[in-house]
Design a protein around this ligand. Structure first.
Ligand SMILES: Nc1ncnc2c1ncn2[C@@H]1O[C@H](COP(=O)(O)OP(=O)(O)OP(=O)(O)O)[C@@H](O)[C@H]1O
Ligand SMILES: [Mg+2]
Length: 166
């Protein structure tokens, strides 16, 4: 059974705050796959997570380098695969050392690297939607993949929200 937890935010600040909250549930070795169209808020969420992990560095999307490294309570590896031209580039990065290492990996445009993700990972899909009277709405859906990850307590993180089971 796969559980998905959903939450909505209505401002950039709310998404950052959600990232900060999520950071408390992350552990060294975790991989967070961020999926969603351009401008859906992936980098915003990463900013919040990094704030929560006390990274002093400025968080910007690693456009040409594919990866940025930050130093927080744990090492944080921020990937962005938007400009990826071939899977080979991910191999050239030596991705295993990151995905199977002791830092926290935050992966934007993870849809381009799905086959390379470890069995246990956290998927977050972001989606913009319009609601009358509320601007800047984003829906965030968190899905936990892998047996080890299922044992973790993400339910507490999204505890007020809709739980979808499939
Ligand atoms: N609820 C919200 N959460 C996050 N960002 C929001 C929200 N409402 C509006 N925004 C705006 O949407 C944009 C999100 O940009 P961001 O760079 O985080 O997206 P992204 O998913 O990383 O895009 P890209 O695919 O280009 O990397 C920002 O300009 C932000 O101000
Ligand atoms: Mg981005």
């Amino acid at each position: 059974m796969i559980k998905t937890f959903q939450q909505t935010t209505s401002s950039e600040q709310e998404t950052i705050a959600l990232g900060e909250t999520l950071s408390r549930y992350l552990m060294p070795g975790d991989v967070v796959a961020l999926l969603g169209e351009l401008g859906s808020g992936k980098t915003c969420l990463v900013r919040g997570i990094c704030k929560g992990l006390e990274c002093a560095d400025q968080v910007t999307s690693p456009t040409f380098t594919l990866i940025n490294e930050y130093r927080g309570r744990f090492p944080v590896y921020h990937f962005d695969f938007y400009r990826l031209e071939s899977e080979q580039e991910i191999f050239d990065l030596g991705y295993e050392e990151y995905f199977f290492g002791d830092g926290i990996c935050l992966v934007e445009w993870a849809e381009r690297a799905l086959p390379l993700l470890p069995q246990n990972y956290i998927e977050i899909r972001l989606r913009s939607f319009f609601e009358p009277g509320r601007q800047n709405c984003r829906e965030l859906s968190l899905t936990i993949h892998g047996k080890e990850m299922q044992k973790r307590k993400f339910l507490a993180f999204f505890h007020h929200d809709q739980i979808l089971e499939s």
